[in-house]
Design a binder for this molecule. Structure first.
Ligand SMILES: Cc1cc2nc3c(=O)[nH]c(=O)nc-3n(C[C@H](O)[C@H](O)[C@H](O)COP(=O)(O)O)c2cc1C
Length: 166
């Protein structure tokens, strides 16, 4: 298999199912309207200055909210927030936030209540890579609340078994 072959893309997709990840909702506001997207592609980048990255499909509706406002919040979900992960990975056009507990963060961006961690960010750079854009963003505020994380592995939402490895 080599680069550009459909078989390689399929093998990559299949192998990525076996990469366990945390799950987060990225929220952003554009012209007064909030939007969120469930993602697993996020990572810490630097502490000096505090920086993280997210990867967003440029076809996702949320992409323009982030790219234009250049601000977002990353809400890392707790194990009991599976419904929220599903809500923001569906194709809901409207009322994404209906009945959802949030508090307003910087720039009025909704922070999902009950999330394990919140990072409020300003975009520092965008790199287009294939179908996605990597946003590198400086963290302006960070907060956390102890709890159990929501995970994703082999096509399903899961809890993490948090026992320490002996
Ligand atoms: C567990 C999980 C992880 C996901 N990770 C990402 C991701 O890292 N980046 C991305 O662009 N989409 C990701 N998605 C897909 C988006 O959530 C999905 O395409 C969403 O419907 C796009 O919504 P929008 O077009 O309304 O913005 C993920 C979905 C799930 C269920």
């Amino acid at each position: 298999m080599s680069r550009g072959e459909p078989a390689l893309a399929e093998a990559t997709r299949a192998a990525l199912r076996y990469v366990p990840t945390a799950v987060a909702v990225v929220t952003a506001v554009r012209e007064g309207e909030a939007r969120g997207i469930t993602i697993s592609a996020f990572t810490s980048v630097s502490l000096e200055p505090p920086t993280l990255s997210i990867c967003i499909n440029r076809r996702a509706r949320s992409y323009l909210y982030i790219a234009h406002s250049r601000r977002f919040a990353l809400n890392v979900l707790a194990a009991d927030q599976r419904e929220i992960a599903e809500r923001f990975s569906g194709k809901r056009r409207e009322r994404q936030f209906e009945g959802l507990a949030t508090v307003a963060g910087l720039g009025d961006i909704p922070l999902v209540s009950g999330a394990l961690a919140h990072f409020q960010c300003v975009v520092a750079a965008e790199h287009e890579v294939g179908s996605h854009s990597i946003f590198i963003a400086e963290i302006e505020r960070a907060a956390h609340h102890p709890g159990e994380p929501l995970g994703y592995f082999d096509g399903a939402f899961r809890t993490f078994a948090l026992e320490r490895v002996p």
